[in-house]
Design a protein around this ligand. Structure first.
Ligand SMILES: [Zn+2]
Length: 688
């Protein structure tokens, strides 16, 4: 929820086969510094369709490449970033780095993944010991052991927000809700391959069809791995996942912090979630010594644990084997990766072909050794001048927020004081982190793609477990510098703006200030405002879960935000599927608040001067058009449906439309009653 943008979230286990991307689009270099005139459709009235007014010509002329689920400003920049990263990896490999160095690991990891002939020659032999171990499970205690061994640090509730793990449960290590000075283990529901419970429970024809395809896919994967009776096993596995889905919490409820604050001691698990041998599970997971946990969805733990007891051992073993095959498909012979892509890429997202292998290799290195490459990336592509200028912009945006809070008439002084304190203690990371991850416990071998992948995920898990109970590093980053995104870390009261997003078209030191404030300024404002949104407002200036709002303030805030939720409920990207105003509320608040603060920051930066027109557009017009152009996007229908159902971010078109809540947008484009986006002043959502 806290990240700025949805597309680029790449789960480590998913990275190798199911996330489409493509060659850099040759959509033309950005024209002169400023708004992109050639992307606009000036035949449209901005008051009727601001998204297409700002992006219409670009949408017209853009083709979605076959290996993509969609293209937008973020994916175009990500192409640049991936290409640069690939070049850095190549340079590292050529430099023949010494054995044991991080650089050697980068070279060996990438090369082992690129060695397709070597991977084919090994066949299923790297997978075999794992499948043999599952086949040898004789009772539910041994099952609990295997389930415990599968636990990974592959979920993230509040930073890069990822509520999905195909393992039975997922671990997120983060500052504690009540003790934000120390790291606590958060355990989260899991066990599904499909993205969310709705994929199993929805009655829509689209979902029914996907489930039929999914069952066939499970059978195909089992067959490829040499299992007899694959059809029967596939049916049982789907039934098991269906039962797990019934126990799962829904996505909007996952985002409700107050429902997530459930401290459990280790002893609580057997009492509150009987069925799974928890002692064995924790022991196998290497956390048998840990006393205190937070369980995000207690009812799912109760439900899933009961299923471990009630369903046949053989069904669970088939489920484990299938999940093991699926998780490693990207580092196994091509037939498995292709079958995985046929379902998760084509059927699920509508993408026609896989990314080129080198790009998947870059994603793998980013996921498992991201900081090694990130350090070089920052040195080469993010100058001290760019950093200083971006920091200055952040400072102006924070000042704008201080003023907005001070000026609020509805907020009580006590609430204001804590809000200002939060803002004053906010850590803003610009470009790259101050310290880098240590990968010394990660063993990478030449010619062992499967093992490198396996050990990479395991060593990240062990790194996270080793931090439990230790003091929190508030300045730690949760994104690499080469990531085109931005993030708010509520438990650390911190923001990260990676180097890769601080470049054109978001940020161009040569562009007019109006354009930079409309583009990157609104991104920065978006992230700052998460500090005070429905979720951020539940954490105080030290990152503790604490209610610092008076009841009247909260009442006002909830009423104001409810109006915004209703506004988004009315948007219908498909006749049978509307945007969920509640599910996307925090992001929509952030967009609105970010744009408002960026506008203030921009006005303050002028020091009373009137900026010149450019291309016949006033500075205010440029500001809003630049914001609208952040959202230039073209997406396949299947992928858009998946986003509407599972993402906390509304589709780009409706994010651009939030300009209708800003008073200054109306005179800038002479928007009048009768225009489609027109809202009478009392109907405009005003939150900050
Ligand atoms: Zn956000």
């Amino acid at each position: 929820m806290k990240s700025f943008h949805a597309f680029l979230r790449v789960a480590v286990l998913c990275a190798l086969a199911c996330v489409p991307a493509g060659q850099a689009q040759s959509a033309g270099a950005p024209e002169a510094h400023g708004i992109q005139l050639a992307n606009m459709d000036r035949s449209l009235r901005p008051g009727d369709d601001f998204f297409r007014f700002a992006n219409g010509e670009w949408i017209q002329r853009t083709e979605i490449p076959a290996d993509r689920e969609g293209v937008d400003v973020f994916t175009k920049l990500a192409d640049t970033s991936n290409k640069r990263t690939a070049d850095l990896i190549e340079e590292i490999a050529k430099s023949n780095p010494p054995a044991g160095s991080s650089e050697r690991k980068v070279a060996d990891l990438f090369n082992s993944y690129m060695d397709e002939a070597g991977i084919e020659a090994k066949g299923l032999s790297p997978l075999k010991p794992h499948l043999d171990a599952i086949a040898a499970i004789r009772d539910k205690k041994q099952l609990a052991h295997a389930l415990g061994e599968s636990l990974r640090a592959d979920v993230d509730a509040l930073n890069n927000t990822n509520f999905h793990t195909p393992n039975l449960f997922g671990l997120w290590v983060a500052p504690g809700f009540s003790d934000s000075e120390h790291y606590l283990p958060y355990l989260m529901q899991g066990g599904l391959q499909l993205p969310d419970r709705e994929y199993y429970l929805s009655d829509s024809e689209h979902m029914k069809k996907l489930r039929t395809q999914y069952q066939a896919h499970i059978a195909a994967m089992l067959k490829l791995a040499g299992f007899p009776d694959a059809e029967t096993r596939a049916k049982n596995i789907l039934n098991l996942e269906h039962a797990i889905a019934q126990a799962h919490r829904s996505l909007p409820d996952n985002e409700d912090i107050h429902k997530a604050n459930n401290p459990w001691t280790r002893a609580d698990f057997s009492a509150k979630a009987p069925g799974l041998d928890w002692q064995e599970y924790f022991r196998a997971a290497g956390i048998g010594h840990v006393e205190n946990f937070n369980v995000w969805q207690p009812e799912a733990f109760t439900g899933e644990s009961a299923l471990v007891a009630s369903l046949p051992l053989e069904t669970w073993k088939d489920w484990l084997a299938y999940h093991q095959i699926e998780a490693s498909a990207g580092v196994l012979p091509k037939a498995l990766g292709d079958e995985r892509f046929a379902f998760f890429g084509k059927a699920m997202s509508g993408t026609e072909q896989q990314r080129p292998r080198w790009q998947r290799g870059v994603i793998l290195v980013d996921a498992l050794l991201g900081d090694v490459v990130g350090k070089r990336y920052a040195e080469r592509y993010f100058s001290p001048e760019a950093k200083a200028q971006a920091q200055d912009m952040v400072t102006k945006l924070i000042a704008a927020f201080h003023q907005r809070i001070e000026a609020l008439t509805w907020m009580n002084p006590s609430t204001k004081a804590e809000a200002q304190a939060k803002l004053s203690t906010l850590y803003v990371g610009v470009g790259y982190p101050e310290t880098w991850h240590d990968y010394s416990n990660y063993e990478v071998k030449p010619d062992d793609a499967f093992g490198n992948f396996w050990r990479g995920n395991l060593s990240e898990y062990q790194r996270q477990v080793a931090r439990l109970g230790k003091p929190v590093d508030r300045k730690e980053w949760s994104m690499t510098p080469q990531t085109v995104n931005a993030v708010n870390l509520p438990l650390q009261n911190a923001l990260n703006f990676p180097a890769a997003i601080l470049q054109p078209p978001f940020y161009d030191p040569k562009a007019p200030a109006a354009v930079n404030y409309g583009a990157i300024g609104s991104v920065i404002g978006h992230e700052i405002s998460h500090t005070f949104d429905t979720e951020g407002s539940t954490f105080d200036s030290r990152g503790r879960l604490r209610n610092w709002w008076t009841p009247e303030d909260l009442k006002h805030f909830n009423a104001a935000t409810a109006r915004l939720a209703e506004q988004y409920d009315t948007y219908k990207p498909f006749p049978d599927l509307a945007v969920n105003g509640k599910q996307t509320l925090a992001e929509n608040i952030a967009d609105l608040a970010g744009l408002s603060a960026a506008y203030d920051g921009y006005k303050a930066s002028l020091s009373g001067q009137t900026p010149p027109e450019q291309h016949g557009f006033s500075a205010d017009q440029q500001f809003f058009i630049a914001f609208g152009q952040n959202w230039g996007e073209k997406v396949r229908e299947a992928a858009l449906r998946q986003q509407v159902m599972t993402d906390e971010h509304a589709p780009a078109e409706f994010r651009a439309a939030t300009v209708r809540n800003i008073d200054a947008w109306y005179p800038a484009f002479t928007v009048k009653p009768g225009d489609k986006l027109y809202l009478a002043p009392p109907e405009r959502a005003r939150i900050w």
